[in-house]
Design a protein around this ligand. Structure first.
Ligand code: PGA
Length: 244
């Protein structure tokens, strides 16, 4: 059985006072448990705050994006070594908002995943189809194309990644994939990862996961946890999801 992991993706939300309260509630509400892990991926300016608050707690932290280059003339960008300076464990790469709004390609995302692995960070590689792609019957080919681009680049180091399946039509829409729909895709991803020697990594589900649907999703065989957007901004809801 893979490690169980629930990750909060705060996206471009939060503020010093709001975060302080949220992190404090998470620390007080989360009981350490070797079989499952909790993490939050926060906006860059709050990494120092997350590090200060969460050091010594069982909750991990990380970022939502990174640049693949090590340093240099990339105005506005952040390098892996900078994330390591704040003791990040995780970096979300290839979130559909990055793919769609910022036009990141499969190759960009593969390069970011590789940069994370080179630096000792765990990339959470996101894959997922749009509604049009699902309706055209191409869900499987889309998510495997996205995953294969990363596998081709990182090789056997895929065993040190996390993968998140996030159907784009389920993100922030209140529409969740039915557990068996999600499981079908997770099983395909697992099979491909197994061929790459990474069959036991965590495969998270994301897209409108809430306290009231987490347990049924997480009970599917190949769903090892969740990548949680809006519900991760409410401590009680996020903790309830993590406990599911
Ligand atoms: P959501 O976002 O939980 O708000 O749907 C999930 C995500 O985009 O990671």
């Amino acid at each position: 059985m893979s490690n169980r992991l629930v990750v909060g993706n705060w996206k471009m939300n939060g503020g010093l006072a709001f975060n302080a309260r949220l992190l404090d509630e998470l620390i007080r509400g989360w009981k350490e448990d070797a079989s499952r892990e909790l993490a939050v991926c926060v906006p860059f300016p709050y990494l120092a705050q997350a590090q200060a608050a969460l050091t010594g707690s069982p909750i991990a932290w990380g970022a939502q994006n990174v640049n693949a280059a090590t340093s240099g003339a990339y105005t506005g960008e952040v390098a892996t070594a900078m994330l390591m300076d704040f003791a990040c464990r995780y970096v979300i790469v290839g979130h559909s908002e990055r793919r769609q709004i910022y036009r990141e390609s499969d190759e960009d995302i593969a390069a970011k995943a590789q940069a994370c692995l080179d630096a000792g960070l765990t990339p959470i590689v996101c894959v997922g189809e749009t509604l049009e792609e699902r309706e055209a019957g191409s869900t499987e080919s889309v998510v495997l194309r996205q995953l294969d681009a990363v596998l081709a680049r990182v090789g056997e180091r895929a065993a040190d990644m996390v993968v998140a399946y996030e159907p784009v039509w389920a993100i922030g829409t209140g529409k969740t994939a039915r557990p068996e729909q999600a499981q079908e895709v997770h099983a395909r991803l697992r099979a491909r990862l197994r061929e790459a020697g990474a069959g036991s990594i965590a495969i998270l589900y994301g897209g409108s996961v809430k306290a009231d649907n987490a347990a049924t999703l997480f009970s599917e065989q190949d769903i090892d946890g969740g990548l949680i957007g809006s519900a991760s901004l409410k401590a009680g809801e996020f903790l309830a999801i993590a406990a599911a």
